[in-house]
Design a protein around this ligand. Structure first.
Ligand code: XMP
Length: 518
């Protein structure tokens, strides 16, 4: 477990709900630090973490089912307030001597609850008004454990919320963490502040201050290297370290030749000229292109790029002399993914990041962002004074334009894609959509089509435009971009990008498609 830096913390026990991360998001938004851990975390670790409150997440199983996740019951004897959500509430009931049964109908979607008691958990919600909540359950509470009172009821769940105020145990059948429960943030805040007595001390400016201080202590007089990609995570990591240890930090930027137009120059301008970092730009573009010659298989491209990146990075790092630490921009969702109850999901595409570096290079790892969600990282970036364009930058894949050029990656095809990409982004920015959509980019297809320009027949390349909405890249939908914007993108590409005579718009969602084409 990490942060002993924060006094008022909440522990979320994960019973496998798809919404567990959302609980953490909502609590962080209320400025309280929290961590997600598997439901079966040992009791002494909970004691060490010393949370002010514990939240039991929902989960897909029924408490009576074989294999149902059951925590160590001693968690109920710690004298710490508990809020059980859905399965979490059913577990409380089951463990404390109540009765859980099958609901007559599975309840999924909006429901209205009637609040019977608005003293603490539902404080400020209005007892006489029905509250809209999001339900997703097959089981329900038939009989409360001794000591509990009903706080709310719905048509399908006579015990939609309950409490044992002596022990400070609370349970809700619905999901306060999802946006479909409009008063959810208020309910969670009531739990945090009224019931657990937390103080809202988790802010990104305090995070930045404390992190810089603790990095300085940890690193001492040693040296650190950090790979920067031009994206938000590695940039924020580098700036935090730069503020902590200044010239003891060396940054390496590998130009793999697969970047968008102007990216290398932007990195040099910001980190080299403005921050005066010890920045090492390695121009390996020809090297990567040679390695990719004749390669058309997407996985092979990814593997080659990942391998060559490590090689180039390592070579440069060796030239820098003795270094102790490698800094990396790992975020909290990656950390949760590796410890969660469900385990990591299947690999669809092998991702290229610097994950393989520390073991190869025998360096100690520093991950200053491993407690943060993406929007918190952006907030830290703002606190550190990074430009808005960088802070709000859309994700860009490690293998770069190589996975947006279907078929062989050549210098000529890279130039075509870069020119088209500039136009897509320019129009998306112009329409005020850049920060609203998850990603917008161009893809170069490996086919040619017939067209007519002036009186001439043409036989040229096709560009596909991909613009998607998403919350976390796990699922995505194609953006309903206004036709006018699509028309401008198409006209500009066809008129100004030599070698392209057709533009198509990708209308596939993820799943079953993916965001990138390779
Ligand atoms: P897919 O194509 O799998 O992409 O739907 C999901 C998100 O991940 C980004 N992506 C990558 N990011 N290294 C990265 O750092 C990679 O190899 C990589 N491949 C895909 C993609 O842009 C999207 O945001």
């Amino acid at each position: 477990m990490t942060s002993s830096l924060y006094k008022h913390k909440i522990l979320i026990l994960d019973f496998g709900s798809q919404y567990t991360q959302l609980i953490a998001r909502r609590i962080r938004e209320a400025h309280v630090y929290c961590e997600i851990h598997p439901y079966n975390i040992p009791i002494n670790e909970i004691k060490k973490f010393a949370p002010k409150g514990i939240i039991f997440s929902g989960g897909p199983l029924s408490v009576y089912e074989k294999g149902a996740p059951l925590p160590d019951p001693k968690v109920l004897e710690l004298g710490i307030p508990i809020l059980g959500i859905c399965y979490g509430m059913q577990y409380l009931t089951y463990a404390l001597g109540g009765e859980v049964g099958r609901a007559q109908e599975r309840e999924y979607g909006h429901a209205v609850i009637e609040i019977l008691d608005d003293k603490d958990l539902f404080h400020g919600l209005g007892k006489d008004d029905g509250q809209i909540v999001w339900m997703s359950h097959g089981d329900r509470i038939e009989k409360m454990p001794p000591g509990f009172v009903v706080l709310a009821q719905s048509r399908n769940s006579p015990i939609a919320a309950m409490a044992d105020r002596t022990r400070k145990f609370y349970g809700v059948q619905f999901h306060p963490e999802v946006a479909h429960t409009p008063q959810g943030p208020r309910i969670l805040s009531n739990f945090l502040f009224e019931i657990c007595g937390c103080e809202p001390s988790w802010t990104m400016s305090s995070f930045a201050r404390r992190t810089i201080r603790s990095l300085r202590e940890q690193i001492g007089k040693d040296r650190v290297i950090c790979g920067i990609s031009g994206g938000v995570d590695s940039s924020v990591t580098a700036v935090l370290l730069h503020k902590a240890v200044g010239k003891q930090l060396s940054c390496i930027f590998v130009d793999n030749g697969l970047l968008r137009r102007g990216e290398t120059e932007e990195v040099m301008e910001l980190f080299g000229k403005r921050y005066h970092m010890d920045l090492h730009v390695v121009d390996a573009s020809q090297h990567f292109l040679r390695r990719l010659k004749g390669v058309t298989d997407p996985e092979q491209k990814r593997k080659i790029i990942g391998r060559e990146f490590i090689r180039v990075f390592e070579k440069k790092a060796k030239e820098l002399g003795k270094v102790t630490y490698l800094a990396q921009g790992t975020l909290y969702p990656d950390v949760i993914e590796s410890v969660s109850f469900k385990g990591p999901s299947a690999t669809i595409k092998s991702h290229h990041n610097v994950g393989g570096l520390p073991s190869v290079m025998k360096l100690k790892l520093i991950e200053p962002l491993r407690e943060l969600f993406k929007d918190e990282v952006r907030q830290v970036g703002r606190e550190l004074g990074l430009p808005n364009d960088l802070v709000m930058r859309q994700p860009f894949p490690g293998p770069g334009l190589a996975v947006r050029i279907l078929g062989e990656v050549t210098h000529e095809r890279l130039e075509i894609l870069r020119a088209a990409d500039v136009i897509v982004l320019d129009e998306i920015r112009g329409a005020g959509l850049y920060e609203k959509v998850w990603q917008a980019f161009a893809v170069l297809l490996p086919v040619r089509t017939v067209g007519v320009m002036g009186d001439e027949r043409t036989y040229e390349h096709v560009i596909a435009v991909r613009i998607v909405d998403s919350l976390d890249a796990m699922t995505a939908d194609w953006t309903r971009v206004p036709y006018d914007v699509l028309a401008r993108i198409s006209n500009r590409i066809i008129n100004s990008v030599q070698g392209v005579n057709r533009v198509v718009y990708d209308i596939s969602s993820k799943p079953p498609s993916t965001i990138e084409w390779e």
